[in-house]
Ligand binder design. Sequence first.
Ligand code: CP
Ligand code: NVA
Length: 335
Amino acid sequence: MSKSLKGRDYLKLLDFTSEDILHLLDLARKLKAMKRAGQPHRFCEGKNIVLLFEKTSTRTRCSFEVAGHDLGMGVTFLDPQSSQVSKKESIADTARVLSGFFDGIEYRGFGQEIVEELAEYASCPVWNGLTDEWHPTQMIADMLTMQEIFGEDLRGRTLVFMGDARNNVARSLMVVCSKLGVNYVACGPKENQPDPDLVKLCTDIAAEHGSTVTVTDDVESGCRYADAIYTDVWVSMGEPDEVWGQRIASLSPYQVNRHVMELAGPNAVFLHCLPAYHDTKTQIGKKIYDKFGISEMEVTDEVFESAQSHVFQQAENRMHAIKAIMYATLNDEEL
Ligand code: CP
Ligand code: NVA
């Protein structure tokens, strides 16, 4: 049994053991079943949480809000326009002020050092809702989705990340896969491959759990016989618009399309943290089409809409995962 996570910050998965991660997955499964059964679970009644977003969000914000309400908590949302955060009040002062009002603080923003500083000064748990470096709440949802598809024991499965393999989601996947004994393949061009120090660290962690980490620019060998093919946007929030042209040129060979899914095989699944550019029905998707003439980016519409795609199950699981993370860090009773 994993030790209690009560009072812990949730900033990046390197801070957690495999047992902790499995414990969060177990909690997420139980909380999802309770929600499905219509069984009330207001285990955090009387508590209040605050959500700080310096970048936009649909899934993460809604997950924290709905999960907070389901757990019986009051939820306050703050964005940079309507609060003093950063402009008139430092992160250290904000952390100490908010700790007097709230039992937990969620932060989505830029550098990881900001959320780390918030956690250093806050006296309640701080949850990382995405930084430039990490996206740790996404990982519990992703692994929960994998468990629902392949069974609880994911050891020996293979997940391939295609595209910008040094972004926050890809780096987080490399860590979570290594800790759970899932083989991880980062498949992208040299300039979008993960930092060698992190690769070395994850390779060592993976070896302890009987799995491997592979970095390759070869789509054929990278994707063959994979259990899951995962991709994310080619340009992440906070990156300048000027990089689009170069990214489209270098990452187009790593688009997840029918050929990639055929390499993986009929039982492979497609995953994406979302939002995804798979058509021109978004403002940015339309602008990219007008400027570069491509209507699909990291994934084709065909794969996105196929039976192999589990992206909406994955999106729903964000809420169950975040509920588990909040429950575990705010309570010490077993569920
Ligand atoms: N996957 C994810 O974090 O989505 P949002 O940006 O909508 O929160
Ligand atoms: N890599 C993406 C993830 C969005 C959920 C970004 O940071 O924009």
